[in-house]
Design a protein around this ligand. Structure first.
Ligand code: PLP
Length: 289
């Protein structure tokens, strides 16, 4: 079947345009976003009989099946007869961080284990550190259900930094809730310092991290250096959530000095947040300024 072939499925919206095409008409230079990509995917699935779409990262079931990461890490720590003092992951929609962190949070809540959890995000898309905690859509065209989460606004298009998997306006509701309750701390880093950390890691460990993973690497290095300064020993666990084999051009650009910082514009997010759906719930500010 041709991609645009009409179907009888009721969810197919009569006369609707593919969201990405509508965005490009209004903003031909748009760098796109994960929110736009989700709208596009839902629209395709709604139009075709032979296509289904499972929304990723941001939803609870995805977070839960990713906890295999943390469960395996717990077994590895048992084998090493150790336990992490700090667990770190980067956050786009929240699944890889929740996957590694939630089993340890379970230990903390059930058994009082002292373990800190740190979510690391790009400074150019600072959902947890500068977003609002409110009901919002998971996609730009508002085809997904409303969820309560930290959000920069569903129409917010982050600048075109290289960690594309972190260019998402929202954050998984379970993770957002835990951040709002103070169980999870959040921190944001700029693009260049993350690439510097990723390269250092590659040189020392022989593994090239994805630009997304570089955020966790950067935080792990900073926390290890802080231990040195403070003269204390901490076991730090971080999630190396992907390799950078498809990101060689970005590393080359970084080494050639061509990679520039991408700046977050609070006015863009304020505009997007002005369009939040009206829900009878107070909107609260960011979790950790
Ligand atoms: C390597 C990598 N890490 C992280 C993410 C996204 O993060 P999260 O697990 O928070 O959705 C992506 C998304 O594409 C990715 O490719």
């Amino acid at each position: 079947m041709a991609p645009d072939a009409p179907v009888s499925r009721p969810a197919a919206r009569e006369g609707a345009r593919y969201p990405e095409r509508a965005v490009l008409e209004r903003h031909p230079d748009s760098t796109g976003s994960l929110g736009i990509a989700i709208s596009e995917a839902v629209e395709v699935a709604a139009r075709r009989e032979d296509t289904k779409y499972a929304l990723g990262s941001v939803l609870s079931h995805v977070l839960l099946h990713q906890t295999i990461i943390g469960l395996e890490a717990q077994v590895q720590f048992q084998l090493a007869e150790d336990y992490p003092d700090l667990v770190i992951g980067c956050t786009g929609g929240g699944s890889n961080f929740a996957g590694i962190a939630f089993p340890f949070l379970g230990d903390r809540l059930r058994h009082g284990r002292a373990v800190d959890l740190l979510a690391v995000e790009p400074a150019a898309c600072p959902t947890l550190t500068r977003g609002a905690y409110a009901y919002d859509f998971g996609d730009t065209a508002h085809l997904t259900p409303l969820v309560k989460m930290y959000t920069l606004g569903s129409s917010f298009v982050p600048p075109g930094f290289h960690a594309g998997g972190l260019r998402y306006h929202g954050m998984a509701p379970m993770l957002s809730h835990l951040a709002a309750l103070g169980y999870i701390k959040a921190r944001a880093y700029e693009q260049l310092e993350c690439f510097a950390a990723g390269l250092e890691f590659a040189r020392v460990e022989g593994v090239l991290p994805a630009p997304e993973a570089n955020h966790a690497v950067k935080a792990a290095i900073d926390e290890a250096l802080r231990c040195k300064v403070e003269g204390r020993s901490r076991a730090i666990l971080f999630n190396l959530c992907g390799h950078g084999h498809f990101d060689m051009q970005a590393y080359r650009d970084y080494l050639d000095g061509k990679l520039v910082e991408q700046t977050y514009d609070p006015a863009e997010s304020a505009m997007a947040l002005a369009g939040l759906p009206v829900v009878n719930e107070p909107i609260t500010a960011a979790s950790s300024p």
